[in-house]
Design a protein around this ligand. Structure first.
Ligand code: NAG
Length: 254
């Protein structure tokens, strides 16, 4: 169960992480209480920057501006924080997923009940230097966003800021396969995306199940030497990315 304090901590943590360098110039409470769109676009830009630095944009996904932040938590000490390194043995069971709307306000309320698809992909299979099996599909799950509190919009239409949108009753389309980076293959990037339907439907999504985990079922690499993966699959299913997060993990035998 995620408490409001956790949301604040995660949110402030993400913000601070995304702003490393100038992290101490803005107190966390100010970040949390400030629900203006400047903060939200700053956060989006920082996430985008981390994704580019890790070459997730444009290798894994085309450039996009995240509108939500994604929390993936395996246990209280093991969450995805835009490029932290976690041990494979801590990742055995599927993480719980929450989405946060950094803009606060009405936007958040209207997102409750929307339908999302969460994916986990490894573009570094079997290694980042030799991604001949890339991408490896580790998880596809669809679910509705449900606010974890009973808060409803106030008379002015505002919502509480930094409320998580927990993805409940996730329906697994491709069952979770725990990251298991082979020996001597260095650090792998494990990348989460949350997708929404491009047409804005609130109906439950039923995206296709790849016929194989390797290459997400596509023949790969293609003629152009490009590997195939979540980007091809999302396009085929009319899905657009709205949030991302990632970790690194490696086998302890290197
Ligand atoms: C909207 O997109 C979803 C996902 O591709 C699809 O399942 C659904 O049929 C579409 N709905 C409409 C009304 O086009």
């Amino acid at each position: 169960m995620i408490t409001p304090m956790d949301c604040l901590a995660v949110f402030a943590g993400l913000w601070l992480l995304a702003n490393s360098g100038q992290a101490l110039t803005l107190p966390a409470d100010q970040v949390v209480l400030g629900s203006n769109n400047d903060d939200a676009s700053e956060i989006a830009k920082k996430i985008q920057k981390e994704l580019k630095e890790a070459e997730i944009i444009p290798t894994v996904i085309d450039d996009f501006t995240p509108s939500l932040t994604l929390q993936a938590e395996w246990s209280s000490d093991n969450s995805a924080l835009l490029g932290n390194t976690l041990k494979p043995k801590k990742l055995q069971d599927a993480p719980s997923i929450s989405l946060y709307d950094p803009s606060g306000g009405n936007e958040f309320c209207t997102r409750s009940g929307k339908t999302y698809v969460v994916t986990l992909t490894d573009p570094d299979a079997p290694s980042r230097d030799n991604p001949k099996w890339s991408e490896m599909c580790h998880w596809i799950a669809a679910g509705h966003g449900v606010s974890t509190s009973s808060s409803t919009p106030t008379s002015t239409g505002d919502c509480l800021f930094a409320e998580p949108l927990a993805l409940t009753e996730l329906e697994e389309i491709m069952p979770y396969k725990a990251p298991g980076p082979p020996e001597k293959t260095g650090k792998h990037r494990y990348v989460f995306f949350a997708f929404a339907a491009e047409n804005g439907t609130t109906d439950k999504l039923h995206p296709s199940k790849p016929k194989d985990r390797q290459h997400w079922g596509y023949d790969a690499p293609g003629k152009d030497g490009q590997t195939h993966g979540v980007r091809d699959w999302a396009k085929e299913n009319g899905l657009v990315p709205v949030a991302a997060n990632f970790i690194y993990s490696k086998n302890k035998k290197q």
